[in-house]
Design a protein around this ligand. Structure first.
Ligand SMILES: [Zn+2]
Length: 396
């Protein structure tokens, strides 16, 4: 499953709390950074537990507990590898189409490829979305073939059990992902087709979003039926998945709306003009005591006289060991202005958003000829959108 869009919506709504996905780095493959969301550990143990105590003992009775545990661990790890292969196929094809991919985050239901932009043509989107389920299907066929060989050649029951499981789970992944529920892969394929027919990206997304919500509600209904039929765990799972899908569809659409609303708006219209600045010679201790502890801001522009030289954020300070705060200065810690943390007042918000994401600061400085004009944070964007919505409602 894959929702390879930005998390702007989430970012904008969480602007006060500076929440990022709780994930950590696992390594990198083909130049893509692989991260694992903390929610994945929950899933990992749930799958491990289900396989070890339910699926394998049920299907292959008479083996030792140690064998079931070994089958469970290998099965869960290879399931994880299958998910990764699915996401890698999206990422590799996206990169081949000229879409920059930062990396892959595996989370509760699968993964997301973190891309900086969306496909530019319906054809590209069709292929990038479609290759994921095809990859899962290919893995399912491969595992099915191995299972068939194992049965005929007489491999151990434990081995055949794992290949059978992997064939089944990957087939389920392929089928689930080809359902036309945006933002699942199938929903993206569906959107690409609607996009090709209507020639309108936004309209196509709207249509696909409705598909995603309907599918989400259908899965919830199925979950309720199961729940009342006595299959409590299955029912709860389906309700959870359906709810997740319906809200992901809505969030993706909101994300697109926000982006298209902001697209052509110049930076100066959203910025908070002339924000408070700090000087580069402050120690971090002074900065914390005199600024961060007394203001609600998470970052300050750093200015030397009339010239802005950088930006310092609370996150940056938190990365420095506390005992060094008395000696280390703001200048030594800040992100310098040359580091792509500033935009011109007339710069379009579409570029500004990209810069905010690339710099990972969630804020940019607005400068003109080296002097500070303003600052744009996720909070400024959220407030601007809210104001626009309020005005729109009053005028309607
Ligand atoms: Zn996918």
């Amino acid at each position: 499953m894959c929702i390879f869009s930005q998390n702007l919506h989430v970012e904008v709504t969480n602007f006060q709390t500076e929440v990022t996905m709780q994930s950590f780095r696992l390594g990198s493959i083909f130049g893509f950074e692989i991260r694992v969301d903390l929610s994945w550990f929950l899933i990992f143990f749930l799958i491990l537990w289900t396989l070890t105590t339910g699926v394998f003992p049920g299907n292959y009775p008479g083996l030792t507990n140690a064998t079931y545990i070994a089958m469970g661990v290998v099965g869960t790890l290879l399931f994880f590898v299958s998910l990764l292969a699915h996401e890698l196929s999206h990422s590799l094809l996206a990169r081949a189409k000229g879409i920059p991919v930062e990396g892959i985050t595996l989370f509760i239901f699968g993964g997301v490829s973190r891309t900086r932009m969306e496909a530019e043509t319906p054809g590209d989107e069709f292929q990038i979305a479609g290759i994921g389920p095809l990859t899962s299907l290919a893995i399912a066929l491969l595992c099915g073939f191995l299972w068939w060989v194992g049965r005929n050649v007489g491999w151990a029951v434990a081995v055949n059990g794992v290949t059978a499981y992997l064939a089944t789970i990957n087939l389920m992944l392929a089928i689930f992902n080809i359902l036309p529920g945006f933002p699942l892969d199938g929903g993206r394929v569906f959107r690409a087709i609607a996009w090709k027919i209507t020639g309108n990206y936004k309209k196509a997304t709207r249509i696909a979003t409705i598909g995603g919500k309907l599918l989400g509600y259908a899965i919830i209904a199925l979950g309720l039926l199961q729940l009342f039929g006595g299959f409590v765990i299955n029912g709860l799972w389906l309700i959870f998945i359906g709810w997740f899908l319906a809200s992901a569809a809505e969030a993706s659409y909101q994300d697109l709306l926000i982006r298209s609303t902001l697209e052509g708006v110049p930076a100066r219209e959203l910025m908070t003009p002339y924000p408070e600045t700090v000087t580069p010679n402050l120690s971090l201790q002074q900065l914390v005591d005199e600024y961060f502890m007394h203001r609600r801001y998470h970052g300050f522009p750093v200015a030397e006289g009339d010239r802005v030289v950088g930006i310092i954020t609370l996150n940056r300070v938190k990365d420095i060991p506390r005992e060094q705060w008395a000696y280390q200065t703001v200048r030594e810690t800040m992100r310098p202005i040359e580091d792509g943390v500033s935009v011109r007042p007339e710069e379009k918000m579409s570029n500004v958003l990209q810069k905010m994401e690339e710099s990972q600061l969630r804020r940019v400085l607005v400068t003109k000829n080296g002097s500070l004009q303003g600052i744009i944070t996720a909070g400024d964007i959220a407030r601007w959108l809210q104001r626009r919505r309020d005005i729109g409602e009053e005028m309607a």
